[in-house]
Design a protein around this ligand. Structure first.
Ligand code: UDP
Length: 161
């Protein structure tokens, strides 16, 4: 129930996941959503957008000095992205595991990148790398009114409260 959720704040953890332009072009939106949905996480925000360069500059602020930064921005603005917010227990860490290593060559089979991509510069998906980073990224990509706090009827089968 909603009241018992409040006793387990970890269940309310949220992360930003984005299907990058190559993932959209390659018709992988459904496949990527499916993996988070079937794992048991709860989708609380979803939109397709042509990401503005200003947003991406803030999103990738820590990579500004990297040699690949200009090509990363070019890639991320090459077409629409699908931005999502997923919620659940340890969702930040679990999402990074679902997504796999940044370089698909080192990403384990079974992960999204390990199953669906080949090259580091076209690795189909983004997921926040820390709880703090997730909070920052969610506030960059979504307005609070775009996040829907709905009750899952399967909640008591996914969590033991
Ligand atoms: N990237 C790249 N070349 C590199 C490293 C990173 O093109 O050598 C891109 C890649 O798309 C990666 C993104 O920059 O997903 C962000 O890099 P980060 O190290 O934050 O990896 P992530 O958190 O996405 O796994």
């Amino acid at each position: 129930s909603r009241s018992s959720n409040a006793d387990f704040p970890g269940i309310k953890e949220r992360t930003l996941v984005a299907v990058k332009p190559d993932g959209v072009q390659r018709r992988l939106i459904g496949e990527i959503i499916k993996r988070f949905e079937q794992r048991g996480f709860r989708l609380v925000g979803l939109k397709m957008l042509q990401a503005p360069e200003k947003l991406l500059a803030q999103h990738y602020v820590s990579l500004q000095k990297k040699p690949f930064y200009p090509s990363l921005l070019h890639y991320m603005t090459s077409g629409p992205v699908v931005a999502m917010v997923w919620e659940g227990h340890n969702v930040v860490r679990s999402s990074r595991m679902l997504v796999g290593d940044t370089d698909p060559a080192g990403a384990a089979p079974g992960t999204i990148r390990g199953d669906l991509s080949v090259h580091i510069s076209r690795n189909v998906v983004h997921a926040s790398d820390s709880v703090q980073g997730a909070e920052k990224e969610i506030s960059l990509w979504f307005q609070s009114a775009e996040l829907i706090d709905w009750e899952g009827c399967d909640h008591n089968n996914i969590y033991h409260l």
